[in-house]
Design a protein around this ligand. Structure first.
Ligand code: MG
Length: 274
């Protein structure tokens, strides 16, 4: 799938697509020749640091990853944040015992200080909507709903032939909340998230925090939901790097999968003397 296809594809996800044409290519190795001490790192998790698995519960955290992230965070004065579509509590469980600064559910949750409290910055989805989505998935084998407070993901990785049916279902239900909720497509999933929140708004908020302010934002992500943050990092004087996967093709990306991301982070750690 090419970048130009994304740029011209008419979709209902204008809040995501508008970020796409402005994305500039950077060379990962060249970025490491810059003033790396001034970086603020923003990292997506699934598909970026972790290989995608059959279900969200099946992901594996590679040995040494948490230690690497801790070393980088220390060398960057704490300026390392996780930007995820999951709830932050799930990321905490995966990266235990460390609780990184970050945003969950596409900016609807925020943790402003490492080890600090998670605050929810958007309302929970209406219970009736969540119940209706879960009820409908029960009649579709292989479709996995993942309610997560202010948002919900519906995974079709195990039943890709049901993609269109799931999307039609969700679009129909979203028609009841035209101003409040948006549909965000991802890697073998659809997500419903609160309007006005994205990983881009989260990056901007976190970049204003003590420890992050004045730094050069570097965002790494692999999916549609990362695009607002990739664009925000670039707009705010930094850079975005895309990771190859089902969303971004190998010819469109700066990094070629989680192993490549981790190798780049290790080179950054070496440059920082971590
Ligand atoms: Mg991802």
């Amino acid at each position: 799938m090419s970048g130009s296809a994304h740029a011209t594809k008419p979709t209902a996800h204008a809040h995501l697509d508008e970020a796409w044409p402005s994305q500039r290519r950077v060379v990962p190795g060249d970025l490491l020749q810059g003033d790396v001490e001034r970086f603020a790192l923003f990292l997506d998790c699934d598909g970026t640091l972790l290989d995608i698995a059959a279900t969200p519960n099946d992901v594996r955290v590679p040995p040494g990853l948490v230690e690497l992230l801790v070393r980088l965070s220390k060398k960057l004065g704490g300026a390392l944040a996780i930007l995820t579509g999951r709830q932050l509590a799930e990321i905490d469980a995966l990266l235990a015992p460390v609780e990184f600064v970050g945003a969950g559910v596409h900016g609807a949750e925020l943790r402003a200080a490492a080890g600090g409290r998670i605050t929810r910055v958007a309302n929970a989805l209406p219970a009736s909507l969540v119940e209706e989505i879960v009820r409908r998935t029960q009649s579709r084998p292989g479709i996995i709903p993942e309610p997560k407070g202010p948002g919900i993901a519906v995974h079709y990785r195990l039943a890709p032939h049901l993609k269109d049916a799931v999307e039609a279902d969700l679009r129909g239900l979203l028609g009841r909340y035209p101003d409040d909720l948006v549909l965000c497509p991802g890697r073998k999933l659809f997500e419903i998230i609160p309007a006005g929140h994205s990983k881009g708004t989260a990056l901007e908020t976190i970049l204003g925090l003590p420890g992050f302010a004045g730094r050069q934002p570097i965002m790494i992500g692999d999916d549609m939901g990362d695009m607002p943050a990739l664009a925000a990092a670039q707009r705010l004087g930094g850079a975005g790097m895309r990771v190859a996967g089902e969303q971004f093709g190998d010819s469109d990306v700066e990094l070629h999968g989680p192993a490549d991301v981790i190798a780049w982070l290790q080179r950054l750690a070496d440059r920082l003397g971590a």
